[in-house]
Design a protein around this ligand. Sequence first.
Ligand SMILES: C[S+](C)CC[C@H](N)C(=O)O
Ligand SMILES: N[C@@H](CCS)C(=O)O
Ligand SMILES: [Zn+2]
Length: 307
Amino acid sequence: MGIQKERTLLEDLIKKAGGCAVIDGGFATQLEKHGATINDPLWSALCLIKDPDLIKRVHLEYLEAGADILVTSSYQATLPGFLSRGLSAEEGELLLKKSVTLAVEAPSIGSYGAYLADGSEYSGCYGPDVNLEKLKDFHRRRLQVLVKAGPDLLAFETIPNKLEAQACVELLEEENINIPSWICFSSVDGENAPSGESFQQCLEAINKSDRVKAVGINCAPPHFIESLICKLKELTEKLIAVYPNSGEVWDGRAKRWLPSTCFDDDKFELFATRWHDLGASLIGGCCRTTPSTIQAISKVLKNPEQS
Ligand SMILES: C[S+](C)CC[C@H](N)C(=O)O
Ligand SMILES: N[C@@H](CCS)C(=O)O
Ligand SMILES: [Zn+2]
């Protein structure tokens, strides 16, 4: 299937959803709500080994809450991550495939920083040894396995710098991947990518690629979103996806969320309309948001007159 046809698939989904598709909420957050312990280098991907039924349950909960797009449990599922747990390459590949078959929508492709499991997806500091080729090598096999599992979309998430965005774009090209993709960045200052590079710099490679269908922001505080949508609108003609976290801040060392100014579900409900009006057509929640957040977003976006 050609790129053009695949592009229409995402647009069709948005159209069918009434002009804005709802992305699910904090996946790992909901696993924890059900008692899963994920304080681990594999983070939510630990459940692929320990409790796949719970993964299915969480996907269903988000579906019932009104999500049109389910982002899979593969954010921190990587082959080197599984190998370091004593699994074979084949077992690791089977688990990656399973992450997609448990949801079949948009596999999460967490950044290299997620794999490092030190919170560097929020700093973009990968050190001097990490170059474009290394990042492409890191992403390549996982991407091949996930694509083979037949997902509808590919969700590159929490990308913190220009180099990794470029690596993702080049990889989609080299592997001739025609499944529509989004590439979403985190932000810690509300203006730039976590590395400090501007979004103009980060979008350079993305804007040249037809394979990337949407760009956006995920796992950043919700109060950054309004101005970041405006900024992205100036920088790209691609669809805009936004799925912020609750506003809490990840402490990569302690592996826990630090309390901060948070958005509750009512605020998400209020702001989702505003984000849609400003031009976002894919809206949802990331870490620390829950099915009730998604229900609030879905309610207001799908039945605006009743809200
Ligand atoms: C989206 S973050 C909260 C995932 C966990 C992080 N990569 C870590 O392992 O510290
Ligand atoms: N989609 C991921 C988090 C990305 S920051 C998850 O919820 O597991
Ligand atoms: Zn997140």
